[in-house]
Write a protein that binds this ligand. Structure first.
Ligand SMILES: C[S@@+](CC[C@H](N)C(=O)[O-])C[C@H]1O[C@@H](n2cnc3c(N)ncnc32)[C@H](O)[C@@H]1O
Length: 198
């Protein structure tokens, strides 16, 4: 039986703005990596979810943190168009949040171990610069399984934080994820894709 996925434009209510996000010309020398449809859908879920998460916290918290634990290159090719990956989606969501929440602050930390991915990642947020008041974006050249525990150890309570966990293969270990999720007002979106040739 052949299973057909619906075109991504019909997933949820992809707005005109989403389509514009996806419509920049492809300019990179090598060209961005191709994005599979399942990954595009995951990105759209994140894009739809983050504004609601930020809205829930805004009344009581002036500072939020977003960790993209497996950031990737920041940009992909999808159906012939350039689309943003999770890091740029997070930066844009933060910008939109801060534009409405004057005087608030947000820190976005993008963790990526791979040099080539990082080079692309350093370049891509320039498209969304200037970041605007209150937003800090850091690219961490780290292995996330070492970085996150080191970061969390001395900090008993984080400001409200969102963890995007989207690895190839195995994610952060269960003890690390437990430590993350035991912290108050901390959420994670964990994407586990399972593929096996039979
Ligand atoms: C599936 S891609 C991320 C895609 C990205 N979340 C998006 O949708 O735009 C996974 C990325 O994680 C990076 N990565 C894999 N293991 C890592 C680790 N232990 N620490 C940091 N980065 C890692 C890889 O180099 C790759 O760029």
């Amino acid at each position: 039986m052949k299973v057909r996925c619906p075109p991504v434009a019909r997933v949820g209510s992809l707005s005109v703005k989403d389509t514009k996000t996806a419509a920049d010309a492809i300019q990179d020398e090598d060209g961005p990596q191709h994005l599979k449809q399942v990954s595009r859908i995951k990105d759209i879920i994140l894009q739809k979810y983050l504004p609601s998460w930020e809205r829930i916290l805004v009344s009581r918290h002036r500072r939020l943190c977003h960790f993209d634990c497996y950031a990737g290159p920041g940009v992909y090719e999808f159906e012939g168009q350039k689309v943003h990956g999770t890091p740029i989606i997070a930066v844009r969501a933060a910008q939109e949040h801060l534009a409405k929440a004057k005087g608030h602050r947000m820190t976005v930390i993008l963790v990526e171990k791979h040099e080539k991915q990082r080079a692309s990642l350093q370049k891509e947020p320039k498209r969304v610069r200037p970041y605007g008041e209150g937003l800090q974006v850091h690219v961490a050249a780290k292995y996330v399984k070492e970085f996150v525990p080191k970061l969390l150890e001395p900090v008993p309570r984080l400001v409200p934080a969102f963890f995007m966990v989207d690895p190839y293969g195995h994610p952060l270990t269960v003890p690390i994820l437990n430590d993350v999720l035991n912290r108050p007002r901390t959420e994670a979106l964990i994407n586990l894709m399972y593929a096996r040739s039979i």
